[in-house]
Design a protein around this ligand. Structure first.
Ligand code: SF4
Ligand code: SF4
Length: 186
């Protein structure tokens, strides 16, 4: 798909409630940034940084996004070169045939160990490594190892349940594969 065709599709998908819901999403991002920054300031050797892509390699399931997250992600996708975007589209299409228990994120640049849409990534990617879900604990096993070793006793974790409730107020989430299929006719 050419960039201009993508732009037209992107424009056609704009929701009239976008401003209100986008503002909510931006507020959620700001809340997450505040928690993340507080944790990082108190723990300068925090593991989440460029080059650590373990979580992007072993997603438990295909990412699920609200419409606002998808709209924001499209902002990032449209900034990529058509070649890279096409590669991502193919990666997403391949997810439906995956055999491994884990999902490798289709937006991961494996050679650079970096997210290709970092500024536009979904909320789950922003909280992973910094937030805890009361009934499930920490998502990141690497950080959990440090917690178990007693290294991170003073960390005030974010509450994933609160974030999930806030995201829920934006509407239902859909699988990334479904968003791509609806937009790119996979
Ligand atoms: S959540 Fe875990 S695997 Fe992901 S970047 Fe942070 S430390 Fe690395
Ligand atoms: S969108 Fe980016 S940060 Fe999130 S799982 Fe994919 S590569 Fe990792």
């Amino acid at each position: 798909m050419k960039a201009t065709e993508f732009d037209q599709l992107f424009d056609a998908n704009i929701d009239p409630m976008l401003d209100t819901k986008t503002n909510k999403l931006i507020q959620i991002h700001a809340d997450i940034d505040a928690r993340v920054n507080a944790i990082r300031e108190n723990n300068p050797d925090w593991q989440c940084k460029m080059g650590c892509d373990g979580c992007c390699h072993r997603l438990a399931e295909v990412p699920r996004l609200t419409a606002e997250e998808w709209t924001m992600l499209q902002d990032g996708l449209v900034k990529l070169s058509p070649e890279i975007r096409q590669e991502i589209i193919q990666n997403v299409a391949a997810l439906t045939e995956r055999e491994s228990a884990f999902v490798v994120c289709p937006m991961l640049d494996k050679s650079a160990a970096a997210c290709r849409v970092y500024e536009y990534r979904p909320v789950a990617c922003r909280t992973y490594g910094y937030y805890v879900q009361h009934d499930k604990g920490l998502y990141c096993h690497d950080i959990l190892e440090r917690v178990t070793g007693g290294v991170l006793n003073n960390v005030v974790w974010g509450n994933q349940n609160t974030i999930d409730r806030q995201l829920g107020s934006l509407g239902d989430a859909k699988d990334l594969t479904e968003w791509f299929a609806n937009t790119f006719y996979l």
